[in-house]
Design a protein around this ligand. Structure first.
Ligand SMILES: CC(C)(COP(=O)(O)OP(=O)(O)OC[C@H]1O[C@@H](n2cnc3c(N)ncnc32)[C@H](O)[C@@H]1OP(=O)(O)O)[C@@H](O)C(=O)NCCC(=O)NCCS
Length: 156
């Protein structure tokens, strides 16, 4: 059965591997080490204990921006191992993050996604996110980011 739980420090290498296979401009291992140490409760991993070759199938990592009086959940990265995609893991990771942000009193959630990343945009839209603005040439290769948000107060 699929289980979503906070990361353990020794799992950072596996996360970095998935990040590097998933993105052309991956976050470095150092950042994941820092985030896993500072706020493991916002760094979720998906594991399936029924799978013989045990390991992490996907992850979602976030932080919370505090702009008094608002708290905004910010999704930094989400990825699923290539061979386990399209089985609902991304959906479960994101749903759990939304639940977590609500429990921490966040008013909304924000994220950036490459304009061309239609799969990720479809996932976010499915869970109620909508496009709010564009950040021009946000990525190193010059692609624009689309900023998407989910209003948690409206979703209550
Ligand atoms: C985006 C990603 C995390 C989705 O994870 P996943 O486990 O494959 O997604 P799910 O199986 O939970 O799919 C949930 C929804 O996402 C959308 N989706 C996922 N894969 C899709 C695909 N190949 N084509 C179209 N829509 C897709 C669909 O709306 C899907 O719902 P449906 O199955 O009912 O149609 C995964 O494709 C991934 O790791 N991509 C590389 C990293 C990345 O781009 N991350 C996002 C950065 S902003």
């Amino acid at each position: 059965m699929l289980k979503i739980r906070p990361i353990e420090n020794h799992e950072v290498n596996q996360i970095t591997q998935i990040e590097f296979e998933s993105f052309t401009d991956p976050y470095p291992k150092d950042l994941f080490q820092y985030l896993a140490k500072m706020s493991p409760e916002l760094f979720l991993v998906a594991v399936d204990e029924d799978i013989e070759e045990k390991g992490i199938l996907g992850y979602a990592v976030a932080d919370i921006k505090r702009h008094v009086p608002y708290r905004i959940g910010h999704i930094l990265s989400i990825a699923v191992c290539k061979q386990y995609r399209r089985r609902g893991i991304g959906n479960q990771l994101l749903s759990e993050l939304i639940h977590l942000f609500k429990s921490k009193g966040c008013n909304s959630i924000v994220l950036e996604v490459r304009e061309s990343n239609l799969k990720a945009k479809a996932l976010y839209q499915k869970l109620g996110f909508f496009e709010v603005k564009r950040r021009r040439r946000y990525y190193e290769d010059g692609e624009d980011a689309i900023v998407m948000t989910l209003d948690l107060e409206a979703a209550l």
